[in-house]
Ligand binder design. Structure first.
Ligand code: YK8
Length: 177
């Protein structure tokens, strides 16, 4: 897999979780910017193992010329019970893109880790892996992997840039480090 984001933000861990994993204004604005439409999500619910789960459905707009312009997608998120409110949040997110070529072969696993650094700071790490449900031919596999990495890199670079903007807005006028 790859580590796409690994950075300290001047945003509390709690706030970072709220920005990324609730129906926040930030989330809605980012989805608009990525042309992600029709988003619906369930609320966070505890599962039998004690972790929290929710799932999202939406339509993504794709810029890869090899693929149709749109695909529906499902994202299943797990907030692990090892998480500690305000201190440590570990979220795994499985993303299934239903309408791209070879969609029945692969999905994407994004692991988000938010670690409290101080009262007003946290570290955000986003680790991504392309997972295979069944083994395609070698050349198909490298085709899928290569096209997934480029789309994911673009997405997470944009997300990081938007978080930096949000950080600047949130800290506007407060001069203490
Ligand atoms: C989520 C991974 C692969 C997919 C795409 C598929 C190419 C198919 C390859 C053929 C278009 C928001 C991606 C990037 C679409 C976007 C997905 C997003 C960014 C030619 C063999 C959507 C995170 C996420 C996870 C997986 C991404 C897809 O929050 O290349």
């Amino acid at each position: 897999g790859r580590l796409y984001v690994n950075r300290v933000f001047r945003i509390s861990a709690e706030k970072m979780f709220e920005l990324l994993f609730t129906d926040s204004y930030f989330c809605r604005r980012f989805m608009n910017a990525r042309k992600i439409t029709g988003a619906t999500s369930t609320s966070w619910q505890r599962d039998s193992a004690g972790s929290m789960k929710r799932s999202l459905n939406y339509t993504i707009t794709i810029s890869n010329p090899l693929v149709g312009k749109f695909s529906t997608a499902t994202e299943n998120q797990t907030l692990y019970k090892e998480s500690r409110e305000g201190h440590y949040y570990l979220v795994d997110s499985e993303v299934y893109t239903h309408d791209v070529p070879y969609h029945d072969y692969f999905y994407t696993l994004n692991r988000y880790c938010i670690i409290r650094n101080s009262k007003r700071k946290c570290r955000l790490r986003i680790y991504t892996d392309v997972k295979y449900k069944k083994q395609p031919w070698g050349f198909v596999k490298s085709f899928i992997t290569k096209n997934s990495w480029s789309g994911l890199e673009d997405y997470f670079r944009h997300l990081e840039a938007e978080l930096l903007e949000e950080e600047a807005e949130l800290n506007q006028g407060s001069s203490d480090a």
